[in-house]
Design a binder for this molecule. Structure first.
Ligand SMILES: CC(C)(COP(=O)(O)OP(=O)(O)OC[C@H]1O[C@@H](n2cnc3c(N)ncnc32)[C@H](O)[C@@H]1OP(=O)(O)O)[C@@H](O)C(=O)NCCC(=O)NCCS
Length: 164
C-alpha cells in the first residue's frame, strides 16, 4: 500500500511518499547496511535471521519513494509486545518516519488486541529515549549493567488509549 502523507516538519510541510512492507529475508542486505550505520552495537545478521524465522516476531519495513529507509521488529506475547528494534537511516531521521513506522506497528498490534508495548533502551541513547518519550512511553524501571559493556537499560512502557 502506498500512502501520500503530509508530515509536519519544523518549519515546513512536505509531501513524502511513504509505504510499508513486511520485512523478509531478501531485504536483509538493505536492513543490515542501515543497522550498521545506525548503532555502535548493531544486531548481527544471525540475530535478524533468527528473528525473521520466529513466527511471534512482527517485522516491518518503511520505504520512502520505494527505497527501504527503516524497519521495526516486535515480539508478540498474548497480552503485550516487546519492541525489539526500530531504526531509520541516519540520513532520513527527524522527518517523522520513525513516528510513522511506530504508528504502523501500533495499528497492527491493536488489530490483534495488544495495547501494551515494552522496550529497553541504552542509557546513552538519548535521541531514542526522547523519541520514545514523545510517543508516550514512560520509564518503568532501570536495569543496572544490562548490556555487555556494563551500560544500564531503561525499561519503558507504552499503554495504548484503546481499551481491549
Ligand atoms: C530513534 C529513531 C528511530 C527516531 O526516528 P526518526 O525518524 O528520526 O524520528 P521522528 O522524526 O519520527 O521523530 C519524532 C519526534 O521524536 C523526537 N526525536 C526523535 N529524534 C530525536 C533526537 N535525535 N533528539 C531529540 N528528539 C528526537 C522529536 O520530538 C521528534 O519530533 P520533531 O522532529 O518534530 O522534534 C532514530 O533516531 C534512529 O533510528 N536511531 C538509531 C537507532 C536507534 O537508536 N533505535 C532505537 C533503539 S532503542
Amino acid at each position: 500500500m502506498s500512502w501520500d502523507i503530509f508530515i509536519k516538519m519544523k518549519h515546513r510541510i512536505a509531501l513524502i511518499n511513504i509505504s510499508f512492507n513486511p520485512f523478509s529475508l531478501q531485504d536483509l542486505p538493505s536492513v543490515l547496511a542501515i543497522e550498521r550505520l545506525s548503532y555502535p552495537h548493531p544486531w548481527s545478521e544471525q540475530q535478524f535471521i533468527d528473528s525473521l524465522n520466529n513466527p511471534q516476531i512482527m517485522a516491518d519495513l518503511i520505504l520512502l519513494d520505494g527505497k527501504i529507509v527503516g524497519y521495526a521488529l516486535s515480539l508478540r506475547a498474548p497480552d503485550f509486545a516487546d519492541l525489539l528494534n526500530i531504526c531509520i537511516h541516519p540520513k532520513k531521521q527527524r522527518r517523522g518516519l520513525g513516528e510513522a513506522l511506530f504508528n504502523r506497528v501500533l495499528q497492527q498490534l491493536q488489530s490483534i488486541k495488544i495495547t501494551t508495548i515494552f522496550l529497553e533502551v541504552r542509557s546513552s541513547n538519548q535521541s531514542a529515549f526522547l523519541f520514545y518519550q514523545q510517543l508516550g512511553f514512560e520509564i518503568i524501571d532501570t536495569r543496572k549493567a544490562y548490556y555487555s559493556n556494563g551500560e544500564d537499560a531503561k525499561i519503558m512502557r507504552f499503554q495504548s488509549a484503546i481499551k481491549k
